[in-house]
Ligand binder design. Structure first.
Ligand code: NAD
Length: 247
């Protein structure tokens, strides 16, 4: 079930000079990639994702963190972009879009979106935990691999809780939010800062904010903020279909 798309929202999107889109883990849920709010399963059932995604967790037990990310990396490699990712590619063919994602799965790029701002890095890349230089060749097993240059452990090239975002990424995202006439916030619980503030930066600058989420839990309401409830793999194709006149 999804909410009907109000015609005036479609019109605002059609006449927008700049659109910014922020996505979170929800947009990849229909590709089979669990969100952070989903309980971990199997071997990982006794852990919380937030407790593995920190520099402290890696310092304490790098092998454990490596193995968890390897499990996720393999799951991402086996997953396919879904109808929501593909709808955002079509949206960018209709209006000028800046796509900002908190996701580390690279599925927007695999779906065909260009110049994606990956605020939290990309799980498919691996880097040295000391010098933060990306390492292309390493033995990809459950055993923690080490940097061929300095011998430090390797880790995923993602932003952990408490770490800085990639240089320039936040500034570009904030500029896009300020410049947007329409800001789409898709499949994010809007908890993790600084990404969580982007829709409100856009709203303060006068943008229409469209929130696409399975639930209204934790979503801000207010003038200029519209919630379209439903799975992003259904709502986004409907929204873009209404824009292009295709179903
Ligand atoms: P989150 O787990 O906090 O929230 C997910 C949100 O998506 C919730 O609001 C939920 O209601 C909504 N949702 C779930 N399924 C949906 C669907 N099919 N359609 C629409 N909405 C749906 O995720 P977050 O806000 O992105 O923040 C958590 C952090 O977790 C981020 O920093 C991100 O880097 C990281 N993360 C990324 C991935 C990924 O790359 N796929 C997966 C898990 C976590």
């Amino acid at each position: 079930m999804s909410d009907p798309i109000p015609a005036d929202l479609v019109e605002r999107l059609r006449s927008a000079r700049r659109v910014a889109v922020l996505t979170g883990a929800g947009v990849s849920a229909e590709s089979g990639i669990p969100t952070f709010r989903d309980a971990l399963t199997g071997l990982w059932a006794n852990f919380r994702a937030e407790e593995l995604a920190t520099p402290e967790a890696y310092d304490r037990n790098p092998e454990l963190v490596w193995r968890w990310y390897r499990t996720r990396r393999l799951a991402v490699a086996a997953a396919q972009p879904n109808a929501g990712h593909r709808a955002l590619v079509r949206l960018a063919e209709c209006v000028p879009v800046t796509l900002i994602t908190q996701n580390v799965d690279g599925l927007h790029v695999r779906a065909g979106s260009r110049e994606v701002i990956e605020l939290h890095g990309n799980i498919t890349r691996v880097k040295c935990s000391r010098e933060h230089i990306v390492v292309e060749e390493f033995a990809d097993t459950d055993e923690l691999p080490f940097c061929p240059r300095c011998g430090a452990g390797l880790r995923p090239d993602v932003v952990w809780f408490g770490e800085l975002l990639p240089a320039g990424a936040l500034e570009r995202a904030q500029d896009a939010a300020r410049a947007a006439d329409v800001f789409l916030s898709v499949g994010t619980s809007n908890i993790v800062e600084p990404a969580a503030s982007l829709p409100w930066i856009a709203a303060r600058a006068g943008a229409t904010v469209i929130v696409v989420n399975l639930s209204d839990e934790g979503q801000r309401a207010g003038p200029g903020i519209h919630l379209l409830r439903g799975p992003s793999g259904v709502v986004l194709p409907e929204l873009v279909g209404a824009l292009t006149g295709e179903e």
